[in-house]
Design a protein around this ligand. Structure first.
Ligand SMILES: Cc1cc2nc3c(=O)[nH]c(=O)nc-3n(C[C@H](O)[C@H](O)[C@H](O)COP(=O)(O)OP(=O)(O)OC[C@H]3O[C@@H](n4cnc5c(N)ncnc54)[C@H](O)[C@@H]3O)c2cc1C
Length: 414
C-alpha cells in the first residue's frame, strides 16, 4: 500500500520536505493555511511592478540551495559584490563605493583608497574572508558563543567601521542592528556572501518556492487549509481527523514568540538614484536618529521588477529600530523614511511615489547562543523550518533534510 505523508506549511522547508518524502515513495498531502505557497518568500504584482514581501535575495553560495535550485532557469541576475555607502546630508551627501577586491580587483583597490575607512579595516575584511573560506561549513558552528559585535571587535575592527559598514549591512540581514546575533551566524553569512552572489530571480523571490513546487509529482496541495497537528501521525482538517504514516510540521512552533520584524517601503521612481548594481548602506545608521539600514533598486538588477520607463526602489527599516523611535504605524514609517531619503537624494525624492509599505512582524526567529551550541544535535522531531535550525533559506532547507533523514533512519517510513 502507498505510504501517505502530510506536510503542514508550504514555505521553502515544507516544499523541500514534500520532495524528499516523494523520493522515499510517499504520496504527500501539503496543507497551507494561506492562499499561496512560498511562506516568507512571496512576491506580488502591483501596477506593473514586482514587489517581494520584504527585500530578499538568494545567495548562490549556499551549498544545499545551490544543489536544489536552477538559478539559470529562474533567470537570476546578480548584485555587484560590494556596496555603496552613503553619509546622508541635506545638500551634499557623500557616497563611497566599497567593492570586493577578490572579485573586482581593480575597483576594489580603488575603493580601498576612497578614505571611507582606514586600510587596516579593509585588510581585516580580506583576512577574515580568507580565514572563513578555509574552514569547513560544518566547523563554522562549532565555535564558542559570542555576539557578532564582540567578535568583530575581537578581530580588531574599529567601532566606527562596525557602525558604518557592518551594522547597516548585517543589521539588514539579521534584522537587528545591535549585532547581538551569534557570531557563528555572522561567519556563515559572511562566508556565503564571499563565495557566491546575491541574486534576484526574474519573476521575483517567489520563483524560488515555485520552482521547488513545480518539481513535485506526487503531492496534493490544499490552500486556505484550516489544519492542526494532533500528533506525529494525525491531523485535524476542519472537522475531519485524518491519519498518515508521517506528519511533518513545517512552520514555526507557537512557543517561538521571539521573532524579529522588518518594515519595507517600495517606491516607484522615474529613474534609478544609484550608479552600479550595488546595495546602498546607511553609514549614519548608528550615529543619529536614522532609520533606514539599506536601500536597493531591484529593477537595476532585474528590469522585470518595474515597467520599462520606471524604477523600483526598496528601502529596509529594522522594526525594533523604528519601535525604539516610537514609530509603529505605516504612516509614521512612510513619513520618516521619505524625510530621511531627502538627505540621501536631495531634490529627487519628490518625484517618487510610494507603492507599498509592508510590515512583516515575524520575519526571522531570534536564537540564543545555546541554540547554536546544539545545532549539530538537533533533529527537530517532526518539525522543520528555519526556526528549528538557522534563519536563512539554507537553514530552512537543511532543517527539512534533517527531519526527513531522521524519520527515515528511525523506520517511521514502515
Ligand atoms: C523580509 C525577509 C527577507 C529575508 N531575506 C533572506 C535572504 O536574503 N536570504 C536568506 O537566506 N533568507 C532570508 N530570509 C529568511 C527566509 O525567507 C526564511 O528563512 C525561509 O523562507 C523560511 O522558510 P520556512 O519554510 O522555514 O518558513 P515559512 O516561509 O514561514 O513557511 C511556513 C509556512 O507555513 C504556513 N503555516 C503556518 N501555520 C500553519 C498552519 N497551522 N497550517 C498550515 N500552514 C501553516 C505559513 O503560512 C507559511 O506558508 C528573509 C525573510 C524575510 C521575511
Amino acid at each position: 500500500m502507498t505510504k501517505k505523508a502530510a506536510v503542514v506549511g508550504a514555505g521553502i522547508s515544507g516544499l523541500y520536505a514534500c520532495w524528499l518524502l516523494e523520493k522515499q515513495g510517499y504520496s504527500v498531502y501539503l496543507y497551507e493555511k494561506s492562499d499561496a505557497i512560498g511562506g516568507r518568500m512571496r512576491s506580488e504584482k502591483k501596477s506593473g511592478f514586482i514587489l517581494d514581501r520584504g527585500f530578499h535575495v538568494l545567495q548562490t553560495g549556499y551549498p544545499l540551495a545551490s544543489e536544489l535550485f536552477d538559478y539559470e532557469a529562474m533567470g537570476c541576475q546578480a548584485f555587484e559584490p560590494g556596496a555603496l555607502i552613503i553619509k546622508p546630508h541635506e545638500k551634499k551627501p557623500k557616497i563611497w563605493q566599497f567593492t570586493d577586491p577578490f572579485r573586482r580587483p581593480m575597483k576594489g583597490i580603488f575603493g580601498a583608497f576612497s578614505l571611507f575607512t582606514s586600510p587596516l579595516n579593509l585588510l581585516r575584511v580580506g583576512l577574515l574572508r580568507i580565514k572563513l573560506m578555509r574552514i569547513q561549513d560544518s566547523e563554522l558552528f562549532q565555535k564558542e558563543s559570542q555576539t557578532t559585535l564582540d567578535y568583530l571587535l575581537s578581530k580588531g575592527f574599529s567601532q566606527p567601521f562596525i557602525d558604518r559598514f557592518f551594522s547597516p549591512l548585517f543589521g539588514g540581514i539579521f534584522l537587528e542592528t545591535e549585532l547581538r546575533t551569534d557570531s557563528r551566524m555572522f561567519d556563515f553569512v559572511f562566508k556565503n556572501m564571499s563565495r557566491g552572489n546575491m541574486v534576484l530571480p526574474k519573476d521575483g523571490i517567489m520563483a524560488c518556492p515555485q520552482q521547488l513546487f513545480n518539481r513535485l509529482t506526487n503531492t496534493t496541495l490544499k490552500l486556505n487549509a484550516n489544519v492542526s497537528c494532533i500528533d506525529d501521525k494525525t491531523i485535524r482538517d476542519g472537522n475531519n481527523v485524518q491519519d498518515f504514516d508521517i506528519v511533518v510540521r513545517a512552520f514555526a512552533p507557537v512557543k517561538s514568540k521571539l521573532t524579529r520584524g522588518v518594515w519595507t517601503i517600495h517606491f516607484a521612481a522615474p529613474k534609478s538614484p544609484l550608479r552600479g548594481n550595488y546595495i546602498m548602506l546607511n553609514s549614519s545608521l548608528k550615529s543619529s536618529n536614522s532609520l533606514i539600514s539599506h536601500l536597493a533598486v531591484p529593477s537595476d538588477i532585474q528590469p522585470s521588477y518595474a515597467p520599462s520607463d520606471q524604477s523600483l526602489i526598496t528601502v529596509t527599516v529594522v522594526a525594533e529600530d523604528a519601535t525604539k523611535q516610537g514609530l509603529t504605524s505605516k504612516q509614521a514609517i512612510e513619513e520618516s523614511v521619505i524625510k530621511e531619503l531627502s538627505l540621501w537624494f536631495p531634490g529627487q525624492v519628490d518625484e517618487w511615489s510610494v507603492l507599498e509599505v509592508q510590515y512583516i512582524e515575524s520575519a526571522l526567529p531570534e536564537f540564543s547562543g545555546e541554540h547554536f551550541d546544539n545545532l549539530a544535535n538537533l533533529t527537530g522531531d517532526n518539525i522543520c523550518g528555519d526556526s528549528t535550525y538557522h534563519a536563512s533559506v539554507e537553514g530552512a532547507l537543511i532543517s527539512a533534510q534533517r527531519v526527513i533523514d531522521n524519520l527515515v533512519k528511525n523506520g517511521s517510513q514502515d
